[in-house]
Design a protein around this ligand. Structure first.
Ligand code: G3H
Ligand code: 13P
Ligand code: ZN
Length: 321
């Protein structure tokens, strides 16, 4: 099956009142776990690749791995650039055949974000790809904040509903990532904080009232940081802080019912992989065959993804809608 467009996936998801899981991939085991879980759950899939993933795995390897995945399954798969930070990177991905790119201009002033996003939209639309943009700033690392640059926001800037309308109209972006208290990583909230779901509803309604219909919103930083994964990592030699926290699944359910069509998950995959590797190595310290610890880790990621598809994103059974 050829690559699918997120535009088609979102239209069906909004109609069917579910969301699509967007899972980050960096290597073969993660990809296999995600694709097998989606295949078994008959779920549509967005595979997303960050700039860091391209640098780690080499874009050609990732492309060939995804081609392999597509050839062994018939579920709909879209390939998306996660947190593209320049026009050139977005262009490169569109030219390579990605069906969707994110241009993340959220660290720029409004006008500059509009300008950059519109430039990417104009190019992508001419080449049969769609664009996710972002308005507002997530707390923490917005994209690779290492020595290659990137943005880091200490306080975060929540998305303003009226600005969101203006932004979508000016840029023609196909979906919008919002900042409603969400953040990346394994340390999202202090105490019992929640997403600002009232703001999410206000954004959704403002877009609708402005004639933009059921416009697809995107939730970054949607990992729930399951305690059992954190516990296993620490039990088998890891050192995660005692203040790990993620988005409660109940918040994600409300988000899904209020306009969020794409739910981004990376951290939970990393935790599952790490928990699986640590446990396998700790239980059989004599092992040195990577298959003996990457295999169980891959199984753990698959189990996690199946749970997300069934209970969180709720797109299980919707591959062929
Ligand atoms: O939102 C960021 C994603 O989790 C990707 O992270 O840039 O470390 O690959 P990365
Ligand atoms: P998490 O860190 O919560 O998994 O978010 C991932 C993400 O937003 C990728 O763009
Ligand atoms: Zn993100």
């Amino acid at each position: 099956m050829p690559l699918t467009h997120t535009r088609d996936l979102f239209a069906k998801a909004i109609k069917g009142k579910y969301a699509i899981g967007a899972f980050n991939v960096n290597n073969m085991e993660l990809l296999q776990a995600i694709v097998e879980a989606c295949e078994e759950e008959k779920a549509p899939l967005i595979l997303q690749i960050s700039r860091g993933a391209r640098e780690y795995a080499n874009p050609v390897y990732l492309k060939k791995l995804i081609e392999a995945a597509i050839s062994v399954t018939n579920i709909p798969i879209a390939v998306h650039l996660d947190h593209g930070d320049t026009f050139d990177l977005c262009k490169q991905c569109v030219d390579e055949g990605f069906t969707s790119v994110m241009i993340d201009g959220s660290n720029l002033p409004f006008d500059k974000n509009v300008e950059l996003t519109k430039r990417v939209v104009d190019y992508a639309h001419k080449h049969n790809a769609v664009v996710e943009a972002e308005l507002g700033q997530l707390v923490g690392a917005q994209f690779d904040s290492g020595d290659k640059g990137g943005a880091y926001s200490k306080s975060g800037v929540y998305t303003d509903p009226d600005e969101a309308v203006q932004f979508v109209k000016l840029t023609g972006a196909d979906s919008l990532a919002v900042a409603i208290g969400n953040s990346h990583g394994a340390y999202k909230f202090k105490g019992s904080q929640h997403l600002d779901l009232d703001r999410l509803l206000a954004i959704k309604n403002a877009l609708k009232d402005a004639g933009l219909g059921d416009y697809p919103l995107v939730l970054h930083g949607a990992s729930s940081v399951p305690q059992e994964l954190v516990d296993d990592i620490n039990k088998y030699g890891g050192k995660l802080g005692s203040d790990t926290s993620g988005v409660p699944e109940s918040d994600l359910e409300v988000a899904r019912r209020n306009g969020v069509a794409k739910i981004n998950i990376d951290t939970d995959l990393r935790l599952a992989m790490t928990a699986g590797i640590r446990k396998a190595l700790a239980e059989k310290p004599e092992q040195f065959d990577p298959r003996k610890y990457l295999g169980p880790a891959r199984a753990r990621v698959k189990e996690l993804v199946r749970h997300k598809l069934r209970r969180v994103v709720c797109c299980a059974g919707h591959a062929f809608d």
